[in-house]
Design a protein around this ligand. Sequence first.
Ligand code: PLP
Length: 219
Amino acid sequence: MNITTNLQQIKSTIPAKVTLVAVSKTYPNAAILQAYEVGQRVFGENKVQELVEKYESLPKDIEWHMIGHLQSNKVKYIAPFVKLIHGVDSLKLLQEINKRAEQNHRIIDCLLQVHIAQEETKFGFDENEVIELLKSDEIKTLKNINVIGLMGMATNTENETLVRNEFKNLKQLFDKLTAFNFQLSTLSMGMSNDYKIAIEEGSTMIRVGSSIFGSRNYH
Ligand SMILES: *Cc1c(COP(=O)(O)O)cnc(C)c1O
């Protein structure tokens, strides 16, 4: 696996306006530094403890994104530094992020995770819940969070048509919200296996791990 080559290869094929989040979960600091040395600054992690450890030991100009499911009781550990939280899936979590952001004198950018896949187990809001939440009075009281967009994960399948349709649905919701005048800039969709389709369907941010760093060894 040559991280530098992989990264440069991906970068050369994606439009400049699409942000590449290098998903470094389970990979060591040395791998992250290889990507860093060729200019990558945006990294994503899905576990709070791993994210905090990497933040503490790696260069401070890295932009850290929390991409995984986030429990309310762990928000406090990442609130001092996290740049973007992708997987917000409840009002309660948004309220906790707001509280911890305020304590840190920060405004934290968030994406609402929308359930677009067929799998039952995936976290996230459905379309109507997103619309209701964004229109609600509660969200207006949260001054230390900024909902800048949506995030979704397609079904993990070889069926490209299904994946494409799921991304299309998310993009449609994104456009609908923008038409309602919500100021959304970011549509986070696409991973190693499906980022090309996601970009064709309007993704502005892709989260790519194994195509850069190689396959992961889970214990
Ligand atoms: C692990 C992960 C990714 C990256 O997956 P790859 O298949 O390695 O590219 C993207 N998004 C989320 C939410 C993840 O947990």
